[in-house]
Design a protein around this ligand. Structure first.
Ligand SMILES: Nc1nc2c(c(=O)[nH]1)N[C@H]1C(S)=C(S)[C@@H](COP(=O)(O)O)O[C@H]1N2
Ligand SMILES: [Mo]
Length: 300
């Protein structure tokens, strides 16, 4: 893939091209605005509404049930059985139940929303999701006042999931949100991308999308949504609490212990795409008030 390092490129290829790219950036910035280089906001505004191609989105994924390589999900997720599918809604709700996807979404409009999305490590994408607000589902479920968190669980189909057979993680994959995060209008349950049903590797038939958080919060192929009064366990926090906190908000000021989170690269932007500055909350300023008064260095 173009955006991955391949050994058919040599150092001799790299230097002239990268010098060229840098020079073009610097010149564009200087000519347009008398600035030395593009600001993060300009770069962000430029790409904000230009979605990645479906190929970009469906060939470089994380879905450990189908293997740990970025191209494993595209290769192996064809085995996932997505129909029939049922989603259990339980815990501290007035209307618990077990629903098909159609029944869960019955009567709700499927919207398209183009979101900046932080996918794998320091990669970003711009993705047109199709889905509904999680808040609509929770409201219909009737969240009780004791419900403070929402826990999510992915399907386990051992016979179809090579990563489950190999035991690469402790399955099922689980995630969680605080109730106000879950009820925020940006938080989606997605069933499609580009108006097409989700590819299996993208989390068919239904997945979470939380655009101001790192990609791993966006749990795929959901079979259970539980309202609880205690903070749920999350898969990556369980594996390595020092590296992955419960909140996992995109935050350029808090580095992952093994890499900086201050900048990112667009998938599909090419090997020589310039890194762009990562924006606080991935640019979704409207969620900042959810975290008023919290020390985001400690609660990362
Ligand atoms: N069930 C499940 N959901 C998952 C994962 C996973 O391994 N299993 N990986 C997470 C991680 S680490 C990322 S970065 C995103 C990737 O989403 P994408 O492949 O659609 O870009 O999915 C998240 N959801
Ligand atoms: Mo990730």
């Amino acid at each position: 893939m173009a955006y991955r390092w391949t050994n058919d490129l040599t150092a001799a290829d790299v230097t002239p091209k990268s010098v060229f790219m840098n020079r073009r950036q610097i010149m564009a910035g200087a000519a347009g605005l008398g600035a030395i280089a593009f600001s993060a906001t300009q770069a962000a505004a430029q790409d904000a509404l230009e979605p990645n191609t479906l190929e970009d989105i469906t060939t470089y994924n994380n879905y450990y049930e189908f293997g740990t390589g970025k191209d494993d999900p595209a290769k192996n997720a064809g085995a996932l059985v997505t129909s029939p599918w049922s989603i259990k809604v339980d815990g501290l709700v007035d209307n618990p139940g077990e629903y098909s996807v159609a029944d869960l979404l019955d009567g709700l409009d499927i919207e398209e929303r183009i979101y900046r999305f932080r996918c794998v490590e320091a990669w970003s994408m711009v993705v047109p999701w199709n889905g509904v607000e999680l808040a609509d589902i929770l409201t219909r479920a009737g969240v009780q006042s004791a419900g403070k968190y929402v826990a999510f669980e992915t399907v386990v189909q051992p016979e179809n999931m090579i990563g489950v057979q190999r035991g690469v993680l402790d399955f099922p994959y689980v995630e969680g949100l605080r109730m106000d995060e879950a009820m925020h209008p940006l938080t989606m349950l997605a069933t499609g991308i580009y108006g097409e049903p989700l590819a299996n590797q993208s989390g068919a038939p239904i997945r979470l999308v939380v655009p101001w958080k790192y990609g791993f919060k966006s749990i795929k192929s959901i079979v259970r949504i539980t309202v609880t009064d205690t903070r749920p366990t999350t898969t990556w926090n369980k594996i390595n609490a020092r590296e992955y906190g419960f909140y996992s908000n995109v935050n350029p000021e808090v580095s992952h212990p093994r890499w900086s989170q201050a900048s990112e690269r667009r998938i599909g932007g090419g090997l020589f795409a310039k890194r762009q500055d990562t924006l606080m909350f991935n640019g979704y300023d409207e969620v900042a008030s959810l975290y008023d008064g919290m020390d985001l260095t400690a609660e990362f």
